[in-house]
Design a protein around this ligand. Structure first.
Ligand SMILES: Cc1cc2nc3c(=O)[nH]c(=O)nc-3n(C[C@H](O)[C@H](O)[C@H](O)COP(=O)(O)O)c2cc1C
Length: 211
């Protein structure tokens, strides 16, 4: 089994990566392969709302000059996904949001490419804004019909300078517990598939509130 972690920070050794790595080490102890993808320093344009992906349904975003399409395929091939972001102005870091908006729109218009995969979010923050950021990341996971493991508190670790989250004993434990629960859930889902067929996907109803 394999889990892909996306680091939304421009820092390759920052607190988001430390948080993701803490989850990774618990997964690896359970024999689960991991891969880190660094999103934060890439040049990734936001969604153009061209709806080409919805018309073509070829599992691709129409913007082809960045790694978003490659990362969509990586998510499709993985068993689990971890979304990590630093808090920037109480929200998801900009480049990460551009990636997620585009990738998850493509995922949603292609019959839910991530349906029933295991997904969770982690957040790094100096002081405040951890919860709205985790909440935003979880929106992508929930919209995709993924299955989410939890920890013993919200998945937020504190620190300002790179590596400082290692001193946040509670934050560190939150990531460890998340890793163990994620490994267990991945195995349950894998075992369960053999015994219990998944429910059929529902044809999506979109009412736009006016008609
Ligand atoms: C542009 C920017 C905005 C930030 N906004 C916040 C904020 O709203 N609240 C906060 O507590 N920390 C804020 N921070 C601090 C980071 O969340 C903190 O340093 C975090 O550990 C960064 O994670 P990283 O090391 O993975 O990049 C901000 C940092 C930057 C660069």
């Amino acid at each position: 089994m394999k889990v892909i972690g996306f680091n939304g920070s421009p820092r390759k050794k920052g607190n988001t990566v430390c948080s993701l790595n803490t989850v990774f080490s618990e997964l690896e102890k359970e024999g689960i392969e991991t891969e880190m993808i660094h999103v934060g320093k890439e040049k990734i344009q936001g969604c153009r709302a061209c709806f080409t992906c919805a018309k073509k349904r070829d599992q691709r975003c129409a913007i082809e000059d960045d790694p978003v399409n490659e990362w969509i395929q990586k998510m499709k091939d993985a068993d689990g996904i971890l979304l990590g972001s630093p808090v920037h102005f109480s929200g998801v870091a900009g480049t990460m949001k551009s990636f997620l908006d585009r990738a998850f729109f493509v995922i949603s218009v292609n019959n839910g490419l991530l349906r029933h995969k295991v997904g969770a979010s982690v957040v790094a923050v100096r002081r405040s804004g951890g919860l709205p950021t985790m909440n935003s990341l979880n929106h992508y996971i929930c919209y995709s019909e993924m299955i989410m493991p939890c920890s013993n508190y919200w998945n937020v670790a504190h620190g300002m300078n790179p590596g400082e989250m290692e001193q946040d004993g509670e934050g560190k434990q939150i990531m460890e517990v998340l890793g163990r629960n994620m490994a267990w859930l991945l195995k349950i889902v894998e075992m369960g598939k053999k015994e219990l067929p998944a429910p059929e996907p529902a044809a999506k109803i979109m009412t736009n509130f006016i008609r």
